[in-house]
Design a protein around this ligand. Structure first.
Ligand code: ATP
Length: 312
């Protein structure tokens, strides 16, 4: 990356992390632009946390190079610490400190002092609805409250770039929605965000995503572009014996995947098959089907086509 590329906040090439002989991250290239929410989407164990820890400078790559906000990582990790925020899966709060004490402690770590420290603590308590809870022990808070406190501590020093590792895993759907609204407020304020998730609906909210599997990037881009270019058409089938139809289709050439969703079987058909509806109607196993119709792809379909999930 050169000084001219200031719109790039993360640039990684050939990133590898080995634990003994196991490659948790296996040759990852990444370019993340300023001002966006960039998501790492993938199942448990695919290397999201490991990749993120290398980007924050907390973990040294086995191979490859990383630049974050123009700093070389992990060499400049200490300087980077003041420019980034990192919210871990476990939220990294002190359960036996109050909300206010947690914030004061983090303010000290980030080198905030005097009037500015007081001002920022009040600002984040106000913004993340923590003022009434300021004397509550973090260990006594609900999942949603802990999440708000974790976000407040991660943005206390107004980082340019925020890393969030599965930030909504432990909270209810309403808190998740609210949390994402807060992320878009941060983006509007000029922060860039990298977030890991295994929720498709969250990934769909990101400006861009990377789909990871077994430590490798299988696809990346804007969700709508990935859906448009995924190389399969989607057809849903209704009727009896969906389990049998599924078994037959999984052995059929041209079928990428078939998965039951409630009373429907969702089938991904290779784009090489010009009329996927007619193709499925002509199959003997779909004789008893009451409905066979083409539907719009979603991000889960992209995930299935990009990874080995389809035939499992
Ligand atoms: N310190 C370590 N030593 C050995 N293996 C590790 C270590 N850290 C992670 N791994 C392994 O590397 C793989 C990737 O782990 P990682 O936590 O990055 O995945 P993840 O995609 O973030 O999954 P999750 O959503 O479960 O956190 C896993 O198989 C994990 O067991």
């Amino acid at each position: 990356m050169t000084a001219a590329d200031t719109d790039i906040v993360v640039h990684a090439e050939g990133l590898v992390k080995k634990f003994k002989d196991f490659r948790a991250v296996d040759g990852l290239d990444l370019t993340i632009e300023r001002g966006m929410i960039y998501g790492f989407l993938g199942p448990n164990g695919c290397g999201k946390t490991t990749a993120m820890r290398m980007l924050t400078g907390l973990l040294t790559p086995t191979e490859g190079s990383v630049e974050v906000l123009g700093l070389s990582v992990p060499k400049d990790a200490e300087a980077l610490k003041y420019k980034i925020g990192y919210m871990t899966q476990a939220f990294s709060l002190y359960g036996d400190l109050t909300v206010l004490e947690n914030l004061r402690f983090m303010a000290t770590i980030y080198g905030l002092s005097g009037a500015r420290r007081k001002q920022r603590i009040n600002e984040v308590m106000d913004r993340y609805e923590l003022s009434d809870l300021q004397n509550r022990f973090a260990g006594r808070m609900s999942g949603g409250q802990r999440q708000r406190l974790a976000l407040a501590t991660a943005v206390l020093h107004e980082p340019q770039l925020l890393f969030l590792d599965e930030p909504t895993s432990a909270v209810d759907p309403e808190s998740r929605r609210h949390f994402w609204e807060q992320l878009f407020d941060l983006i509007e304020g000029g922060t860039s965000i990298v977030v890991t998730t295994h929720f498709m609906d969250e990934a769909e909210r990101c400006h861009k995503i990377a789909i990871l599997e077994a430590g490798q990037k299988r696809a990346d881009g804007a969700p709508k572009d990935l859906m448009a270019e995924m190389g399969a058409n989607v057809v849903e089938i209704e009727g009896p014996n969906l389990r049998d139809i599924r078994r037959h289709l999984l052995d059929t050439e041209g079928i990428v995947a078939a998965a039951q969703l409630g009373a429907r079987l969702r089938v991904l058909v290779e784009t090489g098959i010009a009329d996927p509806e007619a193709f499925l109607k002509a199959r003997p196993e779909t004789d008893g089907a009451t409905l066979i119709e083409r539907v719009r792809p979603n991000l889960e379909d992209v995930f299935v086509t990009a990874t080995g999930e389809g035939r499992q």
